[in-house]
Design a protein around this ligand. Sequence first.
Ligand code: FAD
Length: 278
Amino acid sequence: MAHSYRISFEFFPPKTDKGRENLISAQKDLMSANPEFFSCTYGAGGSTRDNTYETVLAMQQVHPDAAPHLSSIGQEKTELAEIIQQYKEAGLTRIVALRGDLPSGMGYANSELPYADDLVAFIREQTGDHFTLEVAAYPEMHPQARSFEDDIAHFKRKIDAGANYGITQYFYNPDAYGFYIDALQKIGCDAPIYPGIMPIMNVANLVRFSKACGADVPRWLLSRLEDIKEDDEAVTEYGIDIVTRLCERLLAMGAPGLHFYTMNRSEISLRVLKNLGL
Ligand code: FAD
């Protein structure tokens, strides 16, 4: 069915050749959803610099719009400038620009580009309008933010510095997205913000990961998942149902598209999209 929603899929750089093969095979499957772009994450402090680059080049063979993520924290401007130039020379046209995270206990203030808005401004300074820039958004508030007001003001700074679009951290409560969009509009920020959709595959991983990134797994959802956590298939099926309903609500609320955290797999995202008629 023809639709105008922007669909995108995120991968992480695989550690082995087999992992790379699986990723490309998943990417080829996902092409049936007519995505606008694919992206590949970047490890803290540049730890996956080469792997992200090589993975994105392989992804670019399948879809011309393959977007590397880039995080600024713990990296010097000269190195970031080199990476940005390398991306441009490879014909890449989109970057997901982030601050990234430091190991706990280390301070952010010493960094040359301490926040994502600094990185956005730096990329614009280096390469003008060459890149479309996506930045992170947090409907449930970034875990280090002093307040919700502060956090939305910081999101707006990224757009004002030249970012084009937001992609959210994942969440399972659609109202969080609705209130977030309203709050941004009230401060004059109407950049399109795409909900980030996390499939539910493994309960222990979901709980651990959600704690680390500040995403709320609602009590009703967690209790049901706890009941079935030993049965992978039941978790997957229930997860597809939950995520489909979440996406339905988000699109009905006016979300301009969806960004799937694929975990380098295609089945769940494709099942959800099929349920949605997309
Ligand atoms: P920022 O926008 O800089 O915000 C970080 C915190 O600082 C917030 O609390 C904000 O309110 C506050 N802040 C911002 N500006 C200021 C200021 N001027 N003064 C004071 N406080 C300020 N991580 C990776 O390592 N690699 C990835 O590939 C990656 N991909 C991601 C993709 C998406 C779509 C999302 C949502 C997250 C991703 N992350 C990734 C995680 C991200 O790096 C972390 O959430 C990180 O903690 C914050 O990055 P940011 O770009 O949102 O930072």
